[in-house]
Design a protein. Sequence first.
Length: 659
Amino acid sequence: FGLYEYRDRENDGISGGQKTTFQQDDPFYGGKLDLNVTSNHRLEFTYFEDSTDVIGDASDFASGSFVGESFDARGGENYTGRYTGIFGDSFVLAAQYGVNEFARTSQGSTDANPAIIDSRQGGLVFLGNWANFTVTGADDQRDMYRLDADYFLTEHSLRAGGSRDENFSFNEQTYTGGIYWRYFIGDGGFGEVPGSELVRERVFENGGSFDTINEAYYVQDNWEVNERLQINAGLRLESYDNQNANGESFIEVENQYGPRVGAIYDPSGDGRSKIYGNYGRYFLPIAANTNIRLAGAEFFTEDWYLLNGLNADDTPIIGDLLESRVFSNGTIPDVRETTSEEIDPFFQDEFVIGYERLVSDNWSVGVRGVYRDVGDIIEDITINQAVATQLGVTTDDLAGVGLGNHYVLVNPGESIVTFWDVTDASGALGPDGTPDRFELSEAELGYPDPERQYYAAEFTFNRRFAGNWSLQGSYTWAHSYGNYEGWVRSDNGQDDAGITTLYDFPGLLDGANGNLPNDRRHNVKLFGAYRFDMGLLVGLNTSFRSGRPLNSFGVHPTDEGAASYGAESFFTDGVLTPRGSGGETDDVFRMDLTARYDFDIGPTDLSLRFDVFNVFDDDTAIELVETAEEESGAPDPLFLTPTQFVRPRTVRLGFELTF
């Protein structure tokens, strides 16, 4: 089997007064080769190539003058080989190996020029001459090994197997021009005269090569107890090993036992109904992004100055230094300084119970309940405040000897044991190259327990295709609540898996409990199809989903660490605005239509297809700006401005020729 897809795409993006036109025309192609060596032994090989170069031409939105060209490389080669063997009447063995490559390079013609953003008048205005905010040279490769075995008995179907993933990530990243300037109007927070013009200067560099190894083994049994009862039970054992840029393990978690058990029961004994239930524990490994950000040679500083004007190229005329912060000093940290000595795996428990009934030859109905509860999580926190309190000093004292924010991977809400080079041999403040051991209690750290609970009740009906038509639909009531969304944050658009801002300072958790960003209380789906006697098939696909919660982010009024992150706290104008208190996005209704007609043309079959997506061209906003304040604490004029809408009406024509 072979596939070749021609692509020619162009889209525009507008941000900060710049318009960028992105173009890509690289094809997608691949193929699959199957070889039946014998009737019992089969070899398969699959290959596809999805690499693409995205060229972006940036121009000033107002004048149309050319700014620069950006270049993004994505994708790569992917291939896998699989062997399946049948031995006797009851044993099947399968082995697989595969490689996945993905490029993440982002470069441009203006990479020597600094990033400059002006927010003095509200909003964001891009100044200077730059196209890429960050310059990145990066690529990932995943090597996967897998082995599975099935053994069939009269009443049991046994399965066991294992897999090993070896993930390699290379990453070099910096701001364009090596520096990022942003201009503000001050509010006196640094001791300056309120209304003064300020410039924040950030320098960021990071690089290294990182390995992550994930392994998993499982065993399961599908047991036909009798004609009415079936039990499925299994156990999964997982482990992972994340290594820093020196090849040392900075977090290694083993013995993650995930039980899975389920049962299906036919209460009537006629095969027309079933009651079922499942329980499972699921673990989440540490993303390779965590290696890059937490265990690499990251250099990240921030300095605030008075702004004495701009040069002709929009660079700042820097005045007096107001404050200086060091987030990372450019060295690969000691592995003992990046994690807690004792750390439990990230897991979630899931419970499902349901009932289905065939009410006639064609119609069936069902109801299902789902409950999910997150247990321990793994996130990075800062320990500056707790260490300072234990030593009887202040965080400013630590900063005075070059010790800025120190991040450690932990189970938030629990006491930790970790290391940090804070004092010299005499006990005086100041690093001496030997990390100091700290036992920090839950109370000293000040972070609450993570919470994420999901409840759902789903009601379904289904009419199978008979008499020229079919229809199925569902209604789901769901509630997602807690203080922790997950690996990433959709409310502030942060995709740093496992090291989001949420647990970086205790103040960022103030007001964090509430309806989570994926809390969509009502979901309705309806699908249907009808075939006319003359051969035309038409279909309908509709959905309704209620809006999701919105927040009102601002600057924390009392926690200096949280305030240093700008508008990341659940406060507005110094007043607590708990999670979800910014209202909700609008409900979304969508309808898609499809039509298909088949022809017989001699020895070939021709099918014509016509699809219309979003028939009514709904333009509901599905994402809005959730920052009510700017980093300076001033009101954000873009608060609740839409940033993403439902995809507009799209028409697709297609044909298929079979011979």
